[in-house]
Ligand binder design. Structure first.
Ligand code: FAD
Length: 279
């Protein structure tokens, strides 16, 4: 994509097959010369070691790796140790999140909100890390109001976040409205759209229900109609997401962040479609 930085998000694989699959995915996606590959952090630190191993492997391959790091259930001492390990490995970028409280867990650890973790990282490591935080064009499901959510987002920026990646969305107007509101609130950092390719309707509907990302009615009805015909659903979904990316690029977004689910093929088609549309 011309003049557009790309980044790709992975989850840390659990099995030997998963690790091999992710290596292949990374190799396929590396042809797009991404700015970085990020690796998620399981709720409550459940993937701490696997996130670190995956990040180190990516870094050893010569790419920029960005570990996600979340506060829920973490102590200050654990976070300090993690930051030190990442600094020792010359990791320069973090995606800093609150995370979700695992069911049955009561304690939130030493940090309640992502802003607390951003402040702590700045206090501990100065300007070493480029800090990404999360933003929600359709608003976070726990937000008391749209205005409060934007205010909480601004606090993360004021605490030292350099840029943000959004929750995925299929309604491009929600993203542009959000950018306007953030600008009016005095936020000047880049707010990079998070792009979720359409792999599987049931999974997408379940996840969208939890994270508050809306599947517009027209899209939901079209996707539901494909039933078990996964190939047609994916072909249609690929067109929809390609058009979404084209609209975002036409509006001048400088970067796109893809949620890969550790798969390369659909994203490759989307990027090729967009490149073809740019001529
Ligand atoms: P926060 O910014 O802390 O906000 C959470 C909620 O609290 C919001 O509703 C906000 O309005 C509210 N809030 C904030 N501050 C205050 C305050 N002072 N008083 C009252 N309310 C407040 N989850 C993972 O577990 N691992 C991952 O790797 C991961 N990666 C992600 C990557 C991206 C790009 C995105 C968009 C999300 C990711 N998530 C991940 C999900 C994320 O952890 C959840 O959405 C979580 O519920 C909120 O995290 P946050 O960092 O946005 O939280």
């Amino acid at each position: 994509m011309k003049n557009t930085e790309l980044s790709f998000e992975f989850f840390p694989p659990k099995t030997a097959d998963g690790i091999a699959n992710l290596r292949e995915t990374r190799q396929k996606l590396s042809v797009f010369k991404p700015e970085f590959f990020s690796v998620t952090f399981g709720a409550g630190g459940s993937t701490r070691d696997r996130t670190m191993e995956t990040v180190f492997e990516i870094q050893d391959e010569g790419y920029q790796a960005a570990p996600h790091i979340s506060c829920i259930s973490s102590s200050k001492a654990e976070i300090s140790a993690l930051l030190k390990a990442y600094q020792d490995k010359a990791i320069k970028r973090l995606v800093v999140l609150r995370g979700d409280v695992p069911s049955g867990e009561v304690s939130t650890g030493d940090f309640k909100y992502a802003v607390d973790l951003v402040s702590f990282i700045r206090q501990e490591t100065g300007d070493w890390f480029h800090i990404e935080v999360a933003a929600y064009p359709e608003f976070h499901p726990e937000a008391l109001s749209a205005a409060k959510d934007i205010d909480h987002f601004k606090r993360k920026v004021d605490a030292g976040a350099n840029s943000a990646i959004t929750q995925y969305f299929y309604n491009v107007d929600a993203y542009f409205q959000f950018l306007d509101s953030c600008y009016k609130a005095g936020i000047r950092t880049a707010i990079v759209p998070g792009i979720m390719p359409i792999y599987n309707y049931t999974q997408l509907a379940r996840f969208s229900g939890i994270c508050g990302a809306e599947i517009p009615r027209w899209l939901r009805l079209r996707l539901e109609a494909y039933g078990d015909d996964l190939a047609s659903l994916r072909a249609f979904g690929t067109d929809v997401v390609s058009e979404l990316c084209e609209k975002l690029l036409l509006a001048g977004v400088p970067s796109l962040h893809f949620y890969t689910l550790n798969q390369a093929d659909i994203i490759t088609k989307i990027i090729n479609n967009v490149n073809a549309s740019q001529g």
